[in-house]
Design a protein around this ligand. Sequence first.
Ligand code: NAP
Length: 308
Amino acid sequence: MNIFVAGGSGAIGRVLVPLLVDAGHSVTVLTRSAAKAEALRAMGSQAMVGDVFDSPALDALVAAARPDIVVHQLTAFATPGADPLAETIRIRTEGTRNLVQAAQRAGASRLVTQSISFICSPAGSAVTDEDSPLYLQGPGAVGQLAQAVAELERRTLESGLEAVVLRYGWFYGAGTSYDPAGAIPAAIRKGRMPLVGAGDSTYSFISLRDAAAATLQALTQGAPGIYNIVDDEPAPLREWLPFTARLLEAPQPGPMDPETVKQKLGDMAFYVLNHQSGASNARARRGLGWQPQTPSWRTGFAQLYGGA
Ligand SMILES: NC(=O)c1ccc[n+]([C@@H]2O[C@H](COP(=O)([O-])OP(=O)(O)OC[C@H]3O[C@@H](n4cnc5c(N)ncnc54)[C@H](OP(=O)(O)O)[C@@H]3O)[C@@H](O)[C@H]2O)c1
């Protein structure tokens, strides 16, 4: 099949694109960078230089690829010189609008879109599922991000295409913030990643390889709808943070009370470190014929940081 991937040069894209090529698909990738286009061509894809915010040019690029399926992996947390949250909100709203429109105009039949599993209303000790409400009323940046995610999901699901939303957990692997050289290990090494309150805030992680494998499955499997792509083991902060500090041979994280986190680090850190809930992958296991090859973050992190 002809697959058009927007965001194929990012952390998941660099794992996904070779997987799609190896599966025999003809893959076209959008990037803003000529240098990244070269690297994408070396992976066996056709790369096209363009910007999702230039709607007429995007329409032409997507039409030229004659895609059966469009894959939306656009985010912008790492945009240099800009507010990452504002850029990511813009790409999830305006960017999604432009890409959906281009997919419709090019006659694509299916659309697979990246979302996140970790912006649902806090569910206490329970794990969330795909019917759990997004945290639209969350404070400040949390509510803004949830609203942008809601718009991305709505534009996808109401596109009139066979639409699949993949709510990935926290990515780990090369080029993510959990990369051994990434921001989270750096913060842990410097003692800047606190154990907040009782450490109940619960993360759901997913290796890039498992996230990419689920995406490949979602091209051909699964009824339209939303699927959580997370591992089998929701991880409370009090478990994964000390475990990771040991793997990194870093100092054990110190305690911080939630109020101090809120005041010093802001609403987003307060939500992430004190409030978030893990997610269940039961629907993706049933509907996509997918299961994680690394079902526990413990194994995945041990492999990732084993040489640290
Ligand atoms: N679920 C998760 O845990 C999750 C989800 C997303 C991101 N992250 C993390 O965030 C960090 C990096 O963030 P990132 O958001 O910059 O992701 P990234 O992994 O660098 O991917 C962003 C992708 O979006 C594309 N893109 C951005 N703006 C574009 C535009 N205007 N037009 C066309 N393409 C555009 C980029 O393409 P070009 O730059 O080639 O143009 C790139 O392929 C990593 O640590 C990653 O793990 C985590």
